[in-house]
Design a protein around this ligand. Structure first.
Ligand code: DPP
Ligand code: ZN
Length: 873
């Protein structure tokens, strides 16, 4: 496979202004007729060949301006179709045959259960018809879908339905027109026996939009939350960004087999059923919030992605980074903002930092790739969103909004670049963002070493910041970035944020300083008391910040920091210091001793009166094993597990009555609602229960069983089931798993949870369970959700996946090898844990590399090839 380079970008030789498609649907032999209105690109010379992408297509006919082409007038290759001589403007007619039922890659047109559906991003459209499959070719579409009227009563595509009718042989058709020019990656088609839930939305200019969610009949009761979320998102985007919806119809379809979470096809969003269906009995609070966020994300793409799209796939973060930032802001506004930030940052610092430090690290705008499907990453999405967030904070919301308005109006209907976006922000704000652009081109997580000194005599605090970005593949040397550090100086006497004066300028009590050099000194003057600095508040930049805090400093910040995020972070840092000692103790075989400061901090949290239960629940949650591992120079999975377990149990033993009291105080029998207050109380209660269960406290066990059996809502049931299953007692785990599995055998999304819970248990039989469950009737290797729920969840089970006999690695490699043939995109994603081999001890390194070598010896898809080559480079 060949790499593609950003520097090789050229506009297309020919563009398509209008696309007419006719699908005659059949599982084994679907016919696709395409009529393309083609014209030469004004910047390109006449006489160039027409090159169209096409894969796995059987060409049946081809004609230009109605004239069939002779066999020597065109060439077919593995990648597409080439016509050497074409006029400057012409109609191209082709007809191809494809086999949706054999499409297990789930890219292009495929079958999911009895329905037909599509996924065209990034390069799936080339599996539907011959086309310039690149986002800078934007056309209006007219699509006729023909299918069997009995089995496929519903026929959908983008835009508005303009005609429908009966055809001979029990077939029928619907024609759809999408008036907005779009790249083909936003094309969609759905056909099946679907039912709809319908609602309406009146836009800010008073237009009525029909909203439809299409599902299989048995899921009709699971759409309320998605519909409510959609309406909230539509209103929010009007109020916050001034963006109004632009068609009369907006449709969402739920499908069971889907590689990603969801897809923002124009007017016809296609969703993984896991990202749209909810019900109190089947979905957890986290799932409700995830659905809300994804529905909003896809809807927001209508502007940030569809009306203004990407010039090429190197610009993927142009739409994804901005849209993730938008959905994060939306979720923060409609739920608990501090908790949203804590959750996002915890995930980011665990998973994106690991990606940025590994062999697949890449800039937010990569400069080359082999398979773009491998770049739907945390870096492109989440780090891209952090960059947009920094921009917002640098220029301020008002200038940011002006920049966003300018971007949407200047580039409406165009395919553009990240520079175009940033230049609108620069223009609207008057800021120079040249150095800032390095965030897009430089991979790796910047590390900031900070230290400070208070000078009593001068009443000054001198803060020294040094930045360094580690080398990443292909980028040995890094330049200094422009890093906004939001900070406060918390007075050690008053416990309050002190007034900040820097270079004679007064900055208030919470300010942003700009680190632009490798090293910079900031001297804050007129400080009457010694401060503890609270740095990078709210995670003001995607960096690792090291400051030599003492445990007393951290306990002080935990109690006094005015920034909720940093208060939480101080608690995490304090726990991490204690965990470090315990990890060392475990390795050296010495007795583990619990740090009393952590216990006292927890006691204060548990007994204090807080008005924010959601944040309290986060504060009582210890850093995950994955995050602890991220902090260690070399990952010792067993020591980390043992140390964390020890901390948890020590806290539970000492504060048993306090946890029990918190549990009891937060029980609630009122009907379930996915509302912030209820969610907060549930998470607090469930955190408390997890401490009690960590010591298998008799009363705790009883409460967990009661909570499981009460079946009040899935959040509580699933949490109780997890605690019972992850306990050391099979007499608790087995009956509960059995009852749950029997009750929910008919519901694939609940069975996914059942799979994940059992294979993530720390007990030694997790791997055997995976093998056993792979033969379960509810499991299937061709369904990405199942693969993620069973295999993906097991690969996150740190002690068991990293077994010293290498059986965990072997199992994953076996699955990757099979998936490489079935679904390359999912196969490539599943390899991730093996690519992190360099972080482990020598024995595990060798075992992991051996499995990567075994994969490499196969006949590989470009997706898997690219990841494996990087991992072994
Ligand atoms: N463009 C899609 C999304 O991020 C891909 N999953 O919403
Ligand atoms: Zn997206």
């Amino acid at each position: 496979p060949q790499a593609i380079y950003l520097s090789d970008y050229r506009p297309p030789a020919y563009r398509v202004t209008h696309t007419e498609l006719t699908f005659d649907l059949d599982p084994a032999a679907t016919r696709v007729k395409a009529r393309l209105h083609v014209e030469r690109h004004p910047e390109r010379e006449a006489g160039e060949a027409l090159e169209l992408d096409g894969e796995q297509l059987t060409l049946k006919s081809i004609a230009i301006d109605g004239q069939p082409l002779e066999e020597d007038e065109y060439q077919l290759t593995e990648q597409g179709l080439r016509v050497a001589r074409v006029p400057s403007r012409f109609l191209l007619d082709t007809e191809v045959e494809i086999a949706p039922e054999r499409n297990t890659a789930l890219e292009g047109l495929y079958r999911s259960g009895g329905m037909f559906c599509t996924q065209c991003e990034a390069e799936g459209f080339r599996r539907i018809t011959f086309y310039p499959d690149r986002p800078d070719v934007m056309a209006t579409f007219s699509t006729t879908v023909i299918g069997d009227a009995a089995s496929l009563p519903v026929l959908l595509s983008n835009g508005n339905p303009v005609e429908k009718g009966e055809l001979p042989n029990g077939r029928h058709f619907v024609t759809w027109e999408d008036p907005h020019p779009k790249p083909c990656y936003l094309f969609a088609l759905v056909a099946g026996d679907l039912k709809k839930v319908e609602d309406h939305f009146t836009t800010m200019s008073g237009r009525d939009v029909t909203l439809q969610i299409w599902v299989e009949e048995e899921n009709l009761g699971k759409t309320d939350h998605a519909m409510a979320s959609l309406k909230r998102a539509m209103r929010w985007d009007e109020e916050t960004y001034g963006r109004e919806y632009d068609l009369d119809l907006f449709m969402i379809v739920a499908v069971n087999d889907f590689n990603m979470g969801a897809m923002e096809n124009k007017g016809l969003n296609i969703f993984n059923s896991a990202a749209v269906l909810t019900h109190p009995d089947t979905a957890t609070d986290a799932a409700f919030q995830r659905v809300e966020g994804i529905v909003a994300h896809e809807y927001f793409h209508n502007w940030s992605g569809n009306r203004v799209t990407c010039r090429d796939w190197f610009q993927l973060s142009l739409k994804e980074g901005f849209t993730v930032f938008r959905d994060q802001s939306f979720s923060a506004d409609v739920n608990s903002a501090p908790v949203k930030r804590i959750e996002d940052v915890s995930f980011f610092r665990t998973a994106q930092f690991a990606e940025d430090a590994g062999p697949t690290a890449h800039p937010v705008r990569p400069d080359h790739y082999i398979e773009i499907g491998n770049f739907y990453t945390l870096t492109i999405y989440e780090k891209g969103a952090e960059i947009v967030r920094m921009l917002r904070n640098l220029v301020g919301w008002e200038a940011f909004r002006r920049g966003s308005d300018l971007y949407f109006s200047r580039f409406d209907g165009q395919a553009v670049t990240i520079e175009d976006f940033v230049s609108c922000m620069a223009e609207a704000s008057g800021h120079n963002l040249d150095q800032f652009m390095l965030w897009y081109s430089q991979a790796g997580t910047p590390e900031i070493d900070a230290h400070g000194e208070y000078d009593y005599a001068r009443a000054e605090y001198r803060l020294i910041l040094r930045q360094r970005t580690p080398a990443t593949p292909g980028q040995p040397d890094k330049q200094a970035l422009h890093i906004p550090i939001r900070l406060g100086l918390v007075g050690t006497k008053s416990g309050r944020d002190l007034a900040l004066t820097l270079d004679g300028e007064s900055l208030g009590r919470d300010a942003v300083i700009h680190l632009r050099e490798d090293e910079q000194e900031f001297v804050f003057t007129d400080l009457a008391e010694a401060p503890v600095p609270s740095l990078a508040r709210g995670f003001s930049a995607p960096i690792k910040l090291n400051f030599p805090y003492s445990r007393e400093d951290l306990a002080f910040l935990l109690a006094n920091d005015s920034d909720g995020f940093n208060r939480w972070d101080a608690g995490q840092r304090l726990s991490l210091l204690a965990l470090d000692d315990l990890i060392a103790a475990h390795r050296n075989g010495v007795e583990k001793v619990m740090d009393g400061r952590v216990i006292e901090a927890f006691r204060t949290l548990l007994t204090g009166d807080t008005d924010d239960k959601a944040v309290l629940a986060e504060m009582l949650t210890l850093p995950s094993e994955a995050y602890i591992a991220e902090q260690q120079p070399l990952v010792d999975v067993d020591a980390i597990h043992a140390a964390r377990q020890f901390v948890k149990q020590s806290l539970a033993r000492t504060l048993r009555d306090e946890f029990l009291a918190v549990y009891q105080a937060n029980r609630d029998d009122s009907p379930y609602a996915p509302e912030p207050d209820q969610i907060a109380a549930r998470s607090l209660k469930n955190v408390a229960l997890s401490y009690l269960m960590s010591i298998e406290d008799e009363e705790g066990v009883e409460l967990a069983q009661q909570q499981f059996e009460a079946e009040h809502n899935m959040t509580d049931v699933r949490h109780a089931l997890t605690l019972l299953t992850h306990s050391s007692r099979d007499d608790l785990a087995d009956p509960a798993l059995k009852a749950f599995g029997r009750k929910w055998a008919h519901d694939p999304l609940v069975m996914d949870q059942w799979f994940s819970i059992q294979v993530s248990r720390p007990q030694a039989d997790a791997l055997e369970r995976v093998k056993f469950l792979m033969d379960h009737p509810a499991f299937s290797l061709t369904n990405p959700n199942k693969v993620r729920a069973l295999i993906g969840a097991f690969a996150q089970n740190r002690v068991n996946f990293h077994r010293l006999d290498g059986e965990g690695y072997k199992l994953l490699a076996d699955v990757v090898i099979e998936l490489n043939r079935l679904n390359p995109e999912i196969a490539a994603r599943m390899i991730t844990p093996l690519t992190r081999w360099a972080r482990y001890d020598e024995t595990r390194q060798e075992l992991m590399k051996a499995e990567l070598e075994r994969i490499r010896a196969e006949d590989l898809s470009p997706n898997v090839y690219e990841v494996v080559e990087k991992a072994l480079a």
